[in-house]
Design a protein. Sequence first.
Length: 350
Amino acid sequence: MSTDKKIRVMVVDDSIVARSLIIKGLSAHPQIEIVGYAINTMDAQNKYAALNPDVMTMDVEMPGMNGIDFLKQFLPDHPVPVILVSTLNLRVFDALSAGAVDFVRKPEPHQQEQFIKTLTQKVLVAATAKVRVQKPAAAPATPASAAEKVASVLGLNSAPNHVIIGLGASTGGTEATLEVMKRLPEDIPGMVIVQHMPVGFTKMYAERLNRLCRMEVREAKSGDEIRRGLALIAPADYQARVTRIGDKYTLACTPGEKVSGHRPSVDVLFRSMADNVQCKMVGIILTGMGQDGADGLLSMRRRGAYTIGQDEESSVVYGMPGVAYKIGAVVTQTSCENISNVLLRHLKTL
């Protein structure tokens, strides 16, 4: 989108308080124009053609048809980037699965200034994002029987006991990470994941992945051991670093300054792996705005790690993986759907 053309935003929310806050806050940015609002999804559907927005902000829970059902019905024919504005609600992940590109948590009164700053940044990014509507397909991988889990190892030998996998993602990453992980076996080498998201959502996201994937997935606590068959999600608002104690590796989750604009930061995780991991390691960087993780991934590659980046075609926002590829941090670039195959083929060579 050219810099002289304003981003046309439509606000969908049944709360007049929330609508007023969003409209006033976004209107203050010189690149954003509020073209209208809707009080529910039916109202949004009726006004959409006339308003022709570049981006929509949308509450998840509203009277009548909720935001999730609306997106499933609406986005296949009208692929407009949608940013969810939600309370702490598990259903936000269903809406992301339906095609929304990002989300922000509704603020408490003392958080309104930061909320508008965050939402404004997400609108600017969403205006250039690709809407990836899920095609009706087979259900996501579900936990398999014991026999199926053994068979799913695909010939991995004991070497991956001594492998650590780091994965980082931002905008579009909740679904991209699931796409990768649901295709991996139960006894995958220990994984650590940084996904940029608001406080309160990382625990729910870990629980969602734990239900849909074969390996165990949980929100990390400081001191958790990184081990085969376990994927740890870095908690929101903490920096996550891999540390080595003897022959074991643990995750330290500590308060601290934002790095590369984020807490947790993918760069912090990847740099800690480059500095501290003495066994084999893999770094994976997925869709996301900005460049968090690119420098850290390059450090990992220079220390002998195998690195994988999501390609532009399958990324919602080709920021983080694009910068990583450009600076030479990525060994193999491929589609989100193929990353698990690339990873498993590499693990079989170890």
